[in-house]
Design a protein. Structure first.
Length: 119
């Protein structure tokens, strides 16, 4: 399983970024996907999640109405469109999925992509 994020960078407050996560090594369309982030000095937190077919999504309260998670199963890619960014959105953003196999849970993380929101 491999998850590769891209799209991070430096953006001014009020700006937008779109993150992408390309998956390989598993049947992408069978798995729910999530984006997490970790701000400096803070614990990693769930930002958004999407079901395997893309029908169901959920968001952290702090990003509702600003961020949109989506996926393209044909491209094995999950996206995070981030609008109206503010400095509190600064952090490392990680793509995540998991599988259950023989009652064992396996977590898979990407390497992360840095997002910095600053004037």
């Amino acid at each position: 399983v491999q998850l590769v994020e891209s799209g991070g960078g430096l953006v001014q407050p009020g700006g937008s970024l779109r993150l992408s996560c390309v998956a390989s090594g598993f049947t992408f369309s069978n798995f729910d996907m999530s984006w997490y982030r970790q701000a400096p000095g803070k614990e990693r937190e769930l930002v958004a999640a999407i079901s395997s077919a893309g029908v169901s999504t959920n968001y952290a309260d702090s990003v509702k109405d600003r961020f949109t998670i989506s996926r393209d199963n044909a491209k094995k890619t999950v996206y995070l469109q981030m609008n109206s960014l503010n400095p509190d959105d600064t952090g490392v953003y990680y793509c995540y999925t998991y599988r259950l196999l023989a009652r064992q849970r396996y977590d898979y993380w990407g390497q992360g992509t840095h997002v910095t929101v600053s004037p």
